[in-house]
Design a protein around this ligand. Structure first.
Ligand code: PLP
Length: 461
């Protein structure tokens, strides 16, 4: 077994890896929920990579569709031509999305979709002669992408600090995370102060300067799969309408069936002005994201005499769109959203049964095949571990050494401390594989508890 602490020398070779002190396993193939490395070690991919793989690894149906499209037409510029895959994928996505979202624009990654949405919102208000509107309110913590524009609306402090001189920071409000309520209320004995805070933030920023509010309907990496209570988005929408502000729902992580519905916002009965998807849109078979919006927004920009001032070389990419279509068809034909709901219910039930009272576990939350687990050093006060203990790194490394891939996040409590993992297995996961995930994870957290008890003298409260 690999030591959970093992740090490797900087890898040889020419790849610049994001982690500069770590040797990544070299994966050579994937089958279903499993990955295999070049030493034939098997890993159960319980996070679907970065919450991407929904149709499974090594999916022959999606691979076949990609091969066919590559042989027919791999690329044309999206600003010179249209083609069948983009027309069909746009039709399909708009049909699945909340009614009224009927225009789709395709890019290569989630961050690009966030940037496109910020620009669309700005152009819309300029087209309506409200030229002072440009601010995009978001939540802290949150994550909407990593480029300089997207970073200004993303609330992941440790990613941002060093780049502060380079981007415009936008106003932030606390997220609807009941486990860490900023008002110290206990739901339902509250008045949705988290939603009302948007109104205060708009007033503080001056409504005539605010173009949009961006939020993840079900919180992803920085919110540990928190599902906001049912009134939250209707109230948000009401406030957005009152002040002439667009609502951008970022479903890059939680969309495309991950929570058991095609889109997480649907269960709130709200139609956002802009909806972003990525990640699971192709299940990992190609780099693709999409921005969906209302016809009226596009018409307003057109009638102002402008074009949509955003274009990239790989916009509306035929091969990527074919991968998106094939993935949606696969999920539909194999009824995998129903399976996501059923396996999701089992996952949550088993996680609660095995881990809800574990000394290291503060909270377990989520919906469908998206589950978050928050680790705390004191379950009564919910106090996080000091960052220097690297709890979640220990958990992910120990899990990997036991052949289990989970996703980690740090810093959600105060920008520095906070340890979370996300589970997001492919929708084809079986009941036995759910048991394997939960059993391994339970063993892993026990090992980590032993380790911090021995090495750090930690005793749980
Ligand atoms: C909610 C959300 N928005 C945007 C992004 C950025 O997407 P990408 O990494 O594809 O640029 C992510 C990535 O994790 C995300 O989770």
């Amino acid at each position: 077994m690999l030591s959970a602490h093992k740090k490797f020398a900087y890898p040889h070779g020419n790849v610049l890896y994001r982690k500069l002190r770590y040797q990544f396993p070299c994966i050579v193939r994937g089958e279903g929920v499993y990955l295999f490395d070049n030493e034939e070690r098997r890993y159960l991919d319980a996070s679907g990579g970065a919450m991407v793989v929904n149709a499974g690894h090594g999916n022959a149906e999606v691979a076949h569709a990609l091969g066919e499209q590559a042989a027919k037409l791999a690329y044309v510029s999206g600003i010179q031509f249209t083609h069948e895959p983009v027309e069909e994928l746009a039709r399909e996505l708009c049909a699945l999305a909340p009614a009224g979202l009927n225009k789709a624009f395709f890019l290569s990654g989630g961050t690009e979709a966030t940037e496109a949405a910020m620009k669309l919102a700005r152009q819309y208000w300029v087209a309506k002669n409200q030229t002072t509107k440009y601010k995009v309110i978001s939540r802290m913590p949150s994550y909407h992408g990593n480029t300089l524009g997207a970073m200004g609306v993303s609330g992941r402090q440790h990613y941002r600090t060093v780049f502060e001189p380079l981007y415009i920071d936008h106003p932030k409000i606390p997220p609807p995370v009941c486990y860490r309520c900023a008002w110290e209320k206990i739901f339902p004995q509250c008045d949705y102060e988290c939603a009302q805070e948007l109104e205060l933030a708009i007033q503080k920023a001056a409504p005539e300067t605010v173009a949009a509010f961006i939020a993840e309907p079900v919180l992803g990496s920085t919110g540990g799969a928190t599902v906001p209570p049912e009134e939250y988005y209707p109230r948000i929408m009401e406030i957005c309408r009152k002040y002439d502000i667009l609502f951008i729902a970022d479903e890059i992580l939680c969309g495309m069936g991950r929570t058991g519905d095609w889109f997480a916002i649907s269960s709130y009965g709200v139609t956002p002005d802009v909806l972003l998807v990525g990640k699971g849109l192709t299940g990992g078979y190609a780099a693709l994201s999409a921005m969906l919006t209302r016809e009226e927004i596009v018409t307003t920009i057109r009638e102002s005499g402008s074009e949509f001032l955003h274009a990239q070389t790989f916009a509306n990419h035929p091969l990527a769109c074919a991968a998106g279509l094939a993935t949606i068809r696969f999920l539909q034909q194999h009824e995998l959203l129903a399976r996501c709901q059923a396996m999701g219910a089992l996952l949550h039930q088993e996680l609660r049964a095995r881990l809800a009272n574990h000394p290291l576990v503060g909270d377990i939350r989520g919906r469908g095949l998206l589950a978050g687990i928050e680790f705390v050093q004191n379950r009564s006060t919910r106090q996080p571990f000091p960052r220097s203990w690297h709890i979640v790194e220990l958990i992910t490394a120990t899990a990997l050494a036991h052949g289990l891939v989970v996703w980690s996040n740090v810093g959600h409590v105060d920008g520095k401390d906070g340890d979370l993992i996300l589970l997001a297995p492919p929708f084809i996961v079986t009941a036995e594989q759910i048991q394997e995930i939960v059993n391994t994870l339970a063993r892993v957290v026990d090992i980590v508890v032993d380790e911090i008890q021995h090495k750090r003298g930690w005793t749980h409260v």
